[in-house]
Design a protein around this ligand. Structure first.
Ligand code: SAM
Length: 275
């Protein structure tokens, strides 16, 4: 353990649900910092209490003002400050980006204490290809914007990872069924907690399941990459349509060729038909 922590910003990952997932180093850092900046002092207060740490907390959330940031930066110049979020790794769909950027620009020491993040845990559990993945945060709430994002990302040859909430799961699955037909989906729910589940299937099957068993808790939604389907099952027209929503036929054909390994010339001809 460091005798004296250097002044600066310490990005500390915390558990996703199972308090046993805090790292020894995270505990050591939280014991030594002068301030713990957190999204919600009640949530972080419970964690610190569990760890037997009596640290000074200040709120740093999405509504933090430039003045709040400046105050924290001033503290970091002379003392160690931790940033944590409610769960998982700070900055991953959580506050902190502006703070890290400003700290770096100010020449302040910035380091991270790694730990869990729901996106990576879900990917590893999903059984979907993990050599390439694209984390896209939360899907938009509005139907049109959600469809646009799925169409935009649908041609990317990578497993897509989204954060989702239980009340919006069915709408998200329906949008995937419509915009990216033929793609398998994984719902990774309540990871590290008592009712953890990881359910894979075509969106229609998952919709039927979750209509019968309304989902609760926290959810990561993963979409198989185009190349994960056996080629006979790839819905080329759907991929082309999704790509055409964003690009010219030649570009659409190029991106679908890249995603599927199919011949670009043939795809271009089909894209012209569909346009
Ligand atoms: N910073 C966090 C991380 O590193 O994963 C994510 C914070 S984001 C505001 C919260 C979202 O993460 C939830 O809506 C859910 O999509 C996902 N999430 C967090 N904990 C989870 C869990 N235990 N199981 C499944 N998804 C989880």
């Amino acid at each position: 353990m460091d005798e004296h922590l250097s002044p600066g910003l310490y990005l500390v990952a915390t558990p996703l649900g199972n308090l046993g997932d805090i790292t020894r180093r995270a505990v050591e850092i939280l014991q030594q910092v002068s301030i713990v900046a957190c999204e919600d002092t009640r949530v972080t207060g419970r964690l610190l209490h569990h760890l037997g740490i009596d640290a000074r907390m200040v709120r740093y959330d999405d509504h933090a003002s430039p003045a709040d940031r400046d105050r924290l930066l001033e503290t970091m110049r002379g003392a160690p400050v931790a940033l944590v979020s409610d769960a998982g790794t700070p900055l991953v769909s959580d506050p902190g980006y502006r703070l890290v950027r400003a700290a770096r620009e100010a020449g302040i020491y910035v380091t991270g204490i790694p730990g869990p993040s729901a996106a990576v845990l879900a990917l590893t559990l999903s059984g979907l290809p993990n050599d390439r993945f694209l984390f896209a945060g939360f899907l938009p709430v509005k139907a049109k914007a959600r469809g646009d994002v799925l169409a935009e990302l649908g041609g990317v040859p990578a497993t897509l990872i989204f954060y989702e909430t239980a009340p919006r799961l069915l709408a998200a699955l329906a949008a995937i069924a419509e915009v990216l037909p033929g793609r398998d989906v994984v719902v990774a729910r309540e990871l590290t907690k008592k009712f953890e589940e990881c359910r894979k299937g075509p969106p229609a099957d998952l919709i039927a399941h979750y209509e019968a068993h309304p989902p609760k808790g926290e959810i990561v939604l993963l979409v198989a990459p185009p190349s994960d389907q056996p080629s006979a099952e790839v819905d080329v027209d759907a991929l082309l349509r999704a790509a055409l929503a964003e690009a010219k036929p030649s570009q659409a054909a190029a991106s679908v060729a890249k995603a599927t390994g199919l011949e670009r010339k043939t795809l271009y001809a089909r894209a012209l038909d569909l346009k």
